[in-house]
Design a protein around this ligand. Structure first.
Ligand code: GLA
Length: 387
């Protein structure tokens, strides 16, 4: 069991009476398929052993009382009286409660302590872990009988509507549906998914944090969405059956190049190619060809850097440093971009050298040390019992 569970349970007992429901909610990595989810394309994420733990219990007075262990802050609100908070973190929780009420679900007040070890704002989806974890807890605590997909959609809507980020469905989906030792190939249109085995004793998934933070809500993410939509609009003039970039082939895009704004064209080409890379990557994993998979990760990074333009000096520095280390199969920026983390696939024996050399090179180039995490692929959100 995750070692944070007793810590959060203990903290709960300092604030509140009774025995809480304990829920473990993971962060995620995404192996490949970046900025494809909101284009109804394909992604390949896995849930991690970096988690947020919740301790949640009913209360009779209709109040929602939250304690963040990590920020050492508290927030109280009346059920249904939700307001955006300058503390920011309560918005992810209020957003979930708000969606449950809007969906007509009957809730009561709750006492909630939560905390974890997912680096915050780093592109490992600490926000989806908060949303998914609370959604799961509410469903169980109030006996609501929502299914897993309902929880995913409620959690995503919380982020879209209350927090105000037009994120796709990947993060909330993997948070709920993740399984140990497998990554999920998710079709973000049909929401069908496939478990792809991802386990090699001799390889490690390494997440390197630039420690540069850029709020997702702060514009560029939504700008990219708009550019993809503009591309779809232009192409739809030729084929009304096109609903998203998912329906666009490279040939079709090239045929209409002159009619699409050049920047929009590059955004679209990246997305179409990235979807192809997800398919090729899954095929490579199924035949245990991690070398080919690593090469696809490298190509994904090049596209994100040059065509989608969501990378940054710091992310590029980390990726370049990683690729200079022997035993690194592939490395790319991960998540929305501009700051946050890279993901690298590294031979187990090469991890110590990776840590030393990537830290040294990154510091030489940017003046600060990165934070490096070796992560395991673990289960999605689940309840645990301390016994
Ligand atoms: C963020 C969003 C996801 C996805 C990625 C980019 O993590 O929350 O929905 O769009 O960026 O792949």
């Amino acid at each position: 069991m995750n070692s944070l569970v007793p810590v959060i349970a203990e903290r709960f007992s300092k604030h509140f009476p009774g025995k809480p429901l304990l829920v473990v909610s993971p962060g995620r990595v995404n192996l490949i398929g970046e900025h494809t989810d909101y284009n109804e394309g394909f992604v390949l994420p896995g849930a991690t052993d970096k988690v947020v733990v919740f301790a949640v219990a009913h209360r009779a007075d209709g109040l929602c009382h939250f304690v963040s262990r990590d920020f050492d802050q508290e927030y109280r609100c009346e059920l249904g009286q939700f307001h955006r908070s300058p503390l920011h973190w309560p918005d992810y929780l209020q957003g979930v409660l708000d969606q449950f009420l809007k969906a007509g679900q009957r809730l009561g007040g709750i006492s909630c302590v939560f905390g974890g070890d997912i680096p915050i704002g780093a592109g490992m989806s600490s926000s989806a872990a908060i949303e998914g974890g609370l959604a799961f807890a509410l469903n169980s605590l109030f006996g609501l009988k929502l299914d897993s997909l309902d929880l995913v959609k409620l959690a995503q809507k919380a982020e879209n509507e209350f927090v105000g980020v037009r994120c796709g469905i990947m993060d909330q989906f993997i948070n709920i549906f993740g399984q140990a030792k497998t990554v999920l190939k998710i079709d973000c249109r049909s929401l069908e998914f496939e478990h792809v085995p991802f386990e090699r004793e001799d390889l490690r998934v390494v997440v390197s944090d630039t420690l540069v933070r850029r709020e997702l809500a702060s514009s560029e993410y939504n700008v990219r969405r708009g550019q993809c939509e503009a591309g779809v609009q232009a192409l739809r003039a030729h084929d009304p059956s096109i609903r998203s970039l998912r329906d666009v082939t490279l040939d079709l895009l090239r045929d209409h190049r002159s009619e699409v704004d050049p920047v929009v064209y590059r955004r679209c080409e990246y997305v179409v190619r990235e979807n192809i890379r997800v398919a090729e990557g899954c095929a490579a994993l199924l035949r245990n060809d991690f070398a080919v998979f690593g090469g696809l990760m490298n190509m994904s990074h090049a596209g994100l850097r040059d065509d989608y333009e969501v990378s940054s000096v710091e992310l590029n520095a980390l990726v370049d440093a990683a690729r200079r280390v022997p035993g690194v199969l592939g490395s790319r920026m991960m998540g929305a971009g501009f700051g946050g983390c890279t993901i690298s696939l590294v031979e187990a024996g090469a991890v110590p050298e990776f840590e030393t050399r990537v830290s040294r090179d990154y510091e030489a180039e940017t003046g600060r040390a990165p934070k490096i995490h070796v992560v395991r692929i673990e289960a999605g959100t689940h309840a645990v019992d301390l016994g």
